[in-house]
Design a protein around this ligand. Structure first.
Ligand code: IPD
Ligand code: CA
Ligand code: CA
Ligand code: CA
Length: 276
């Protein structure tokens, strides 16, 4: 079985469980804080995905969010421990757990496979809309069977841009306010839907012109970044350095407005307001 077939099967299988449980009462536990949630469904979905991957690729390593201790330091350490594996799967069983808990229907399964630290296979599955986004390095990006491309806006005034607010650390939310104050008046409008991976998939298919967020983890970004690149877009960190699986501050766009947004983000980061 190819890595793409494995990822699709695992994402659909976990997605069916998530859809089935979406309308039920969830048992919620706190991770690093009361803003950082996990449910039994996150854990069960991750277990399903791990089982499927190891059945088909027993030699491969897996970095999955719910297998890592809570908090930024543990997440960074887990990536460093795993990044040198030749075959590494990077899994977020539910991206958008807060939405899942509240019944806000914007969450997805995100599965990436990286060969020597480069993501080559990406699957993002939205179980509520039954939308399957897939990409393979050098082979384009797809929504179902349809090839997808990023949007064509060239100016911020015509761009729909999204951002997000990390679950764990409220200081980072404050830091993002200044970026919002700069970008929001310049773009057509701003969205914050609460699923980084789905926002990246939406950049890939042109529903969003761009997405940025601070302090994300490898499992939030790995699959979505390949989708955006294969759909003709651009992915970097918020200072403009190329995407790598260790990037935490992300900017993904249709490419045409990338440098305009980078200028805004760099300026916002330089004022010191973010220390508030
Ligand atoms: C979260 C979502 C959210 C983002 C947070 C992430 P999770 O992932 O992507 O949109 O703002 O930073 O942690 O915890 O729901 O998998
Ligand atoms: Ca989480
Ligand atoms: Ca996530
Ligand atoms: Ca998650």
């Amino acid at each position: 079985m190819t890595t793409l077939e494995t990822a699709i099967n695992a994402a659909r299988e976990a997605g069916a469980l998530i859809r089935e449980k979406a309308a039920t009462t969830k048992q919620v536990q706190f991770k690093s804080s009361a803003h950082d949630l996990v449910t039994q469904v996150d854990q069960a979905a991750e277990a399903m995905i791990r089982k499927r991957i190891l059945e088909n690729h027993p030699e491969h390593a897996i970095l999955g969010e719910e297998g890592v201790a809570a908090g930024v330091d543990a997440s960074k350490a887990a990536l460093e421990e795993n990044r040198s594996h030749e075959h590494l799967w990077i899994v977020d069983p539910i991206d958008g757990t807060t939405n899942f808990v509240h019944g806000f229907p914007m969450f997805c399964v995100s599965i990436a496979y990286a060969h020597h630290q480069k993501v080559t296979t990406a699957v993002i599955y939205d179980p509520m809309r039954d939308e399957l986004f897939t990409a393979e390095k050098g082979r384009g990006a797809f929504l179902g069977n349809r090839s997808i491309q990023v949007s064509s806006e060239k100016v911020l005034e015509e761009s729909l841009v999204a951002t997000g607010f990390p679950s764990g650390d409220r200081g980072v939310r404050r830091r993002n306010v200044e970026r919002i104050l700069k970008i929001s008046p310049r773009c057509r409008n701003l969205r914050a839907g609460g699923s980084a991976a789905l926002h990246l998939a939406y950049v890939a298919c042109g529903r969003l012109s761009a997405f940025w967020e601070l302090e994300l983890n490898a499992w939030d970004l790995a699959a979505g970044s390949l989708l955006v690149e294969e759909a003709g877009g651009k992915v970097s960190d918020t200072a403009g350095s190329p995407y790598d699986i260790g990037v935490r501050h992300i900017l993904a766009s249709n490419g045409r407005i990338h440098s305009l947004l980078l200028d805004e983000l760099k300026e916002a980061g330089a004022t010191g307001f973010e220390e508030l």
